[in-house]
Design a protein around this ligand. Sequence first.
Ligand SMILES: [Zn+2]
Length: 511
Amino acid sequence: MHAGLVAADGVLDRDTLRAQGRPVFFNNNGIHPGEPEGIDACMALVRDFCLAPERLAALGKTVFLFIPVYNVDGCVNRNSTSRVNQLGPESFGFRGNGQHLDLNRDFIKCDSLAAQVFNRFFTAWDPDVMVDTHTANGADYPYTMTLIPTQPDKLGGGLGDFLRERMLPAIYGDMERRGCPTCPYVNLLGETPDEGIEDFVDLPRFSTGYAALHHTIGFMPETHMLKPFAERVAAMRTLVEVVLDFTVAQAERIQQLRRAARADDARRAQWPLRWRNDHERPARLRFKGYTAVRSPSRLGDYQRLAYDRDQPWEKDIVHFDRCIEEQVVAAPKAYPVPQAWREVIERLEWNGIALQRPDADRLFEAARVYRVLEVGTRASAYDGRMFHDRWCWARTPRPSRRAPATCWCRSTSPGPATPSRPRNRKRTTASSAGASSTACSRRSRPPSRPMSSRTRPCRCWRTSRRCGRRSTRGRPRIRSCCATRRPCTGSCSPTASGMPSRSGGAIRWWR
Ligand SMILES: [Zn+2]
């Protein structure tokens, strides 16, 4: 994996840039190498930075950080068939990496080496704004570009309001002025866009959801697969430049809001663990679409859905553009993590979480221990893991346990990039999963009997993952590239070796 940096004044040392408080704009590409227009757009933009002094100077204090191809394995695994419904290019990479892992589902579990590196890379650079480029599947409509932003409700406070009320309207307006009308990502409520859309709930395993944990404003632009490749590249280039220009102009304000958000979060008494679309507050969205037509399939006994481009329409549709907290927990003073859970500790450290390790056994009072009693598992694995859609837990309210040397982390520790939300909840042990207390510990011996009568009744619930729900017509929802499990394709392009270098040394590569 390569990363590059462009700075107008040639200052490329990360520590120096951070000491100067320089704004960082981050462009990630090729996480799904079958969706390659972002790679080409990024390379073209960097070329212009290298060859056009006025374009470089327009960066001002902001630095342009980029990964041209995040999923290198997938990029070199070329084909022309895994995205047959996509209009070009002639060949493209494969969706998964060398292990067939979808890297845009891997930011939390970090099964791939790429995600492990990315966690540390992102924490070290702490970008203010991120654009992670993609191509969408799904319904046909006139827009070449659609956009998934970090959920403003998840960012919360002034930062969320700024994204919703200032940044998004400015981006959509500027895209329109530059001849590339853009709409929110077409995440269908039913089968066709005229039935309405709702915002994509970007869990932390997705790039924008992960960025939100670092108080970074993230965007997943999704060009439309049925538009010609050259048109998609141009639209992606425009989108990246629009967001970059806004970041350059508003960098000071964005940095100020991020600092305020971190300070506010350090004082929070409660934390949301899960979000869902708010269907109580529908908005109206002016949308341009094509008329849906259905005809009998020649392959089976069903109606085939298509869109007639000779019958365009424009009207207001329902748009659920807000999310609400679905599950909230009280912020604990600390989460203890048994040292046996090295994978958890590593992931916390990669993300800048401050950890303390007791140097002797301790007795913790008033700790709460959660234990997973039962899980419901799907019949098959996905990305090397088993989904637990249903699970039950029990909480012991006041155990006192002797703690052999355990690692434990402070949930409210301040830091430049400290995600304050408890994560890996399903993977942690009972004593660390969702524990909310001053401290806790490992059991000194395994439980020999069921939870005591002090244990609360078991609680079960279904997760709100949208892929498990069905449309009103009883069919699975139509998913776009970032939600479907189908492999995607697309073409890829230049590598670092083909890049021009600027005589002023304003570009640097890492391997
Ligand atoms: Zn994608």
